[in-house]
Design a protein around this ligand. Structure first.
Ligand SMILES: NC(=O)c1ccc[n+]([C@@H]2O[C@H](COP(=O)([O-])OP(=O)(O)OC[C@H]3O[C@@H](n4cnc5c(N)ncnc54)[C@H](O)[C@@H]3O)[C@@H](O)[C@H]2O)c1
Length: 366
């Protein structure tokens, strides 16, 4: 591989600096441009990665020949920003989680990217944690047998001051609740390991703070393969984050993933010695697997190799989240093949969104 891919980023907030760290040492790609509406943030990121800084992403796209653009803006703005980039100056996109808040928006972006001849890569980095990969291989090669029961359990602490940090936090339009913002990685790992879900029955609540969406919920799920499962997520644990785990009971054994982001293989009955061998220490809950995502994206773009996570696969996790929301809204079992969206998740809120758009005279569409 001779070419070095030129990477730009839109949104130089918390996760952007993690991308900076994770890109260190990855061959075939380097930061060329960093953009944030807030000049100070763009400059700080640019200084960190040795790139050019911008406050207007149209200007960034005009001036830099970018092979890949990371969209790391607030979740509720992802759809608008990606659509605008694809219409303005199409580029391949690495789209932070949650990729979009509405299924219809995902389908629209997928079609637009195909029309423009570019790819959108969703980020679900925790799938590539060493521990998660070990369990995946045990399910593929039969070591764990058939899935009987699979469970997500997230017990974290997000007090009122967290939701008060910014007006978009915990809103249906820009963020979603505990299942979408914080729980999405584990809900995605559940699907990734135990298979597609056929129907769900959820009960959500706000129990630890005042926010628009839920901070707590329990759901019963039935998988297409006949297995059953449970999703239990709360941000109302106090005084700390205690647990983010996914467990799989197979017909031949048990696997429990734990740590702060499924970075530890806590129980692995087929080969207990693998518990330590496949567990990693991680400094923060973002984990270390954005690096693996980049290592897969370089050959995906240079050699046409598969994406780390296919767009449709990533969108299926958004479909599952909508089914959970809809079930709670209507107090009934919801089948995934109903293809229904939540009445609230991803709703329009032009006032909140407006603060993330470029000025009208700078030409943002849609
Ligand atoms: N994969 C993960 O584990 C992970 C971890 C954290 C955050 N995220 C996701 O990354 C996204 C960003 O999260 P964050 O915590 O970094 O948020 P943040 O609020 O710290 O940063 C967002 C940045 O986007 C900038 N921005 C908004 N509109 C813009 C525009 N039009 N042009 C340029 N910049 C713009 C804001 O000024 C802000 O600096 C969210 O979708 C979040 O869910 C993913």
């Amino acid at each position: 591989m001779n070419k070095t891919l030129r990477l730009g980023i839109i949104g130089c907030g918390r996760v952007a600096f993690h991308h900076a760290k994770m890109l260190e040492g990855v061959e075939g790609i380097k930061f060329a441009a960093s953009c944030d509406l807030i000049e100070e943030k763009a400059k700080k990121h640019a200084e960190t990665v040795g790139s050019n800084s911008y406050t207007n992403y149209h200007q960034m796209l005009d001036k830099e020949k970018l092979d890949l653009v990371v969209v790391a803006t607030p979740t509720g703005a992802h759809y608008t920003h990606v659509k605008d980039i694809l219409n303005y100056r199409p580029a391949n996109i690495l789209l932070e989680k949650p990729m979009v808040l509405r299924i219809a928006h995902g389908l629209e972006l997928e079609a637009l990217a195909a029309q423009k001849g570019v790819r959108i890569f969703p980020v679900y980095q925790n799938r590539f944690n060493t521990a998660v990969q070990r369990v995946k291989s045990a399910l593929v090669n039969g070591e764990l047998g058939d899935v009987v029961l699979a469970t997500v359990r997230v017990r974290w602490c997000r007090p009122q001051r967290y939701y008060d940090l910014a007006p978009w936090r915990g809103t249906f339009s820009m963020d979603g609740g505990a299942h979408v913002n914080q729980g999405i990685h584990y809900v995605d790992i559940l699907r990734y390991l135990a298979g597609e879900i056929e129907e769900v029955n959820s009960l959500f609540a706000r129990l630890g703070a005042k926010l628009e969406a839920e901070d707590t919920g329990v759901s019963i799920v039935k998988f297409k393969n006949g297995a059953v499962g449970q999703i239990e997520i709360t941000m109302a644990a106090r005084p700390d984050d205690f647990e983010a785990s996914v467990s799989v009971v197979g017909s031949k054994g048990l696997a429990v993933l734990g740590g702060i982001c499924c970075n530890k293989l806590e129980t692995f009955s087929p080969a207990p010695a693998d518990q330590a061998a496949y567990s990693e220490e991680v400094p923060i809950a973002y984990g270390l697997s954005h690096r693996k995502v980049y290592q897969m994206i370089v050959p995906a773009l240079l050699e046409g190799k598969p994406a780390p996570v296919a767009f449709e696969d990533g969108l299926n996790t958004i479909r599952l989240l909508h089914a959970l929301y809809r079930s709670n809204e209507e107090r009934r079992w919801v089948r995934l093949d109903e293809q229904v969206e939540s009445k609230r998740l991803g709703e329009d809120n032009e006032k909140l969104l407006a603060q993330y758009l470029l000025q009208a005279d700078q030409g943002v569409k849609g």
